[in-house]
Design a protein. Structure first.
Length: 279
């Protein structure tokens, strides 16, 4: 499926960054939210420090009130401070290291530009600092890398946590159902017009992979659960790669490095605290 960004709803424009690769799909989606008839905008995830890309974002945005970050990964955040300085505004993020100015960003915050409101939702899991933004006027949620427009995301241990990620997916699903949110505007890949369907697919996929990892652990005679020190030793050894070779046999080996990051998160989830019920 080809994806090149474009205009969505009355206020959204996706400017696609030229950083396509195996991990970023077609590139990073930089979102410009600009109310109809206004010259003021919010920019989410300026992406890489590419002059042509940042020029295109500036042209789409007009006057930028604030830059927001969904999380700290460089393909989303690297140009944020440079772009904000150019536009004369601040950068708000959950991670203090990513901010420009004194304002942070977190759960329950509401960011406004004109009549447009963005509601901030903490969705940790892909990273510890991952945020999503609900845009009620468009019945949309901007998910960064928590939900992608194509494929599934990496939960990269130890910054990423599978338990937190599963809880975030469920929270987003509940929000979409309660607030009649129909659209996902992701950090990579095309817009999704069926938010509930996408989230149901993500949850089902994660549980399917977990069951496959459980089966791999049984076949390898790995005891579950383990003491914390034993978990760390297992994660540092050959077990993650052996599980990847078993569970991700249908995945191109060039992606096994990324798969191993997710397997480490899955193993930490399955091997760790026995009080966790979903094992």
């Amino acid at each position: 499926m080809s994806w090149s960004g474009g205009a969505f709803g009355d206020s959204g424009r996706c400017v696609l960054a030229p950083n396509a690769n195996l991990m970023t799909l077609d590139g990073t989606n930089t979102w410009v939210l600009r109310p109809p008839g206004s010259d003021r905008a919010v920019v989410i995830d300026p992406g890489p420090p590419d002059t042509g890309h940042l020029d295109a974002v500036a042209e789409a945005a007009g006057r930028v009130d604030v830059v927001l970050l969904t999380h700290h990964h460089l393909d989303h955040s690297e140009a944020a401070k440079e772009f904000a300085t150019r536009m004369g505004c601040g950068v708000r993020a959950l991670d203090p290291e990513q901010r420009l100015g004194s304002e942070g960003l977190g759960e329950g915050d509401v960011v406004t530009v004109g009549d447009l409101e963005l509601h901030v939702v903490a969705t940790p899991g892909h990273t510890a600092d991952s945020l999503s933004f609900v845009l009620p006027s468009e019945r949309a949620v901007l998910t960064g890398d928590t939900v992608l427009g194509r494929g599934t995301t990496v939960v990269a241990h130890p910054d990423g946590s599978l338990g937190a990620y599963l809880a975030s997916l469920q929270r987003l699903r509940d929000l979409c159902e309660e607030q009649d949110i129909g659209n996902v505007w992701p950090g990579h890949g095309p817009v999704i017009a069926d938010a509930l369907g996408a989230l149901d697919h993500y949850v089902a996929h994660r549980h399917e992979r977990l069951e496959q990892v459980r089966e791999a652990l049984r076949s390898l005679d790995v005891p579950v659960p383990m003491a914390p020190a034993e978990v760390e030793e297992a994660l540092a050894g050959e077990l993650p790669r052996r599980v990847v070779e078993t569970v991700y046999i249908d995945v191109d080996p060039v992606l096994w490095g990324a798969a191993e990051l997710s397997v480490r998160a899955q193993l930490a989830f399955l091997l760790g605290d026995p009080s966790v019920t979903d094992r």
